[in-house]
Design a protein around this ligand. Structure first.
Ligand SMILES: [Zn+2]
Length: 287
């Protein structure tokens, strides 16, 4: 082989070895059971007509060459398999309104197992925020690095009174307490998770004080944004403001920011609680 040929093949090998980060990641969309049916106006008071909806409780598993990531851990395992169990762990009012259908096999550890992983394989757990349907099982991941906005940790352990504390609110102290001694990476603002631009945490406050979303570059699907509760469902993206906000102004700014990313970059918005979207794209891998 000529020297130039050797050099070319060495360069090619180098390119191959630095390329896989963004190009080989895969994303699985799971749900921690469903909520409902209930009137959409109970969640989105601005929606003009009553209609019954049943919604998923989205959790995401990301396989990246640098490690396995879970984005949101769903409802606590204790509320699985029926109303009696729910009312032993959550406030009865939350069980009666949300009507969770979670089975034990829907819980994040069982979802990981179905895909061939164990909870201890997970390197990073990112929680969008500290509500009961998003950070319910952070306690299951003692070995992971947990990433939350610093403000959200404060709010998770001591929510504003108007946002509701137990027994009536959406923050469950025992969910947070289970992870109190864990390794938290407390961030403020946006963060490039693996330093290669393939996974970005985007600060999207408003629903709660320190809510965050995740932007992922998938090799075939393109850029997706996992909005979680920055935009609950299509109706919010259509302009109907969600209820339960820490700040309506911040919520609106965050929703607009994600919609601008959709319009400027061509990113696809994947919502936390949108049934038609989950029907089409849930329970499978996206490359
Ligand atoms: Zn939610």
């Amino acid at each position: 082989m000529k020297k130039t040929g050797l050099l070319a093949s060495m360069l090619a090998a180098l390119c191959i070895s630095t390329a896989p980060s963004a190009q080989s990641q895969e994303l699985y969309w799971a749900t921690s059971g469903f909520f409902g049916p209930f009137n959409i106006q109970g969640l989105i008071p601005t929606f003009p007509q009553a209609k019954d909806i049943t919604i998923p409780v989205s959790m995401w598993i990301l396989k990246h060459p640098k490690g396995l990531v879970v984005f949101d851990t769903g409802n606590n395992v204790a509320i699985s398999d029926g109303m009696d169990n729910c009312k032993k762990y959550w406030a009865a009012g939350n069980c009666d309104f949300l009507k969770p259908s979670q089975k034990r096999s829907d819980v994040i550890d069982a979802q990981l197992q179905k895909l061939g992983f164990k909870v201890d394989d997970v390197k990073v757990v990112i929680s969008s925020h500290s509500h009961l349907d998003h950070a319910g099982n952070i306690g299951m991941f003692p070995k992971a690095i947990h990433i939350m906005q610093k403000k959200e940790l404060y709010q998770g352990w001591w929510p504003e009174k108007f946002q509701g504390r137990e027994p009536n609110g959406s923050f469950v102290l025992n969910d947070m307490n289970a992870a109190r001694g864990y390794n938290f990476f407390e961030i403020e603002g946006d963060y490039d998770l693996f330093g290669d631009g393939s996974v970005k945490i985007i600060s999207t406050p408003g629903h709660t004080l320190g809510h965050q979303s995740l932007k992922i570059k998938l090799p075939q699907t393109g850029t997706v944004i996992l909005t979680q509760d920055a935009i609950w469902m299509q109706e919010n993206a259509d302009g109907y403001v969600a209820g339960l906000n820490y700040s309506v102004k911040d919520w609106t700014d965050s929703a607009n920011k994600l919609k601008m990313m959709r319009d400027i970059e061509g990113a696809k918005l994947l919502f936390a609680h949108d049934a038609p979207q989950f029907d089409k794209m849930g329970n499978r891998w996206h490359k």
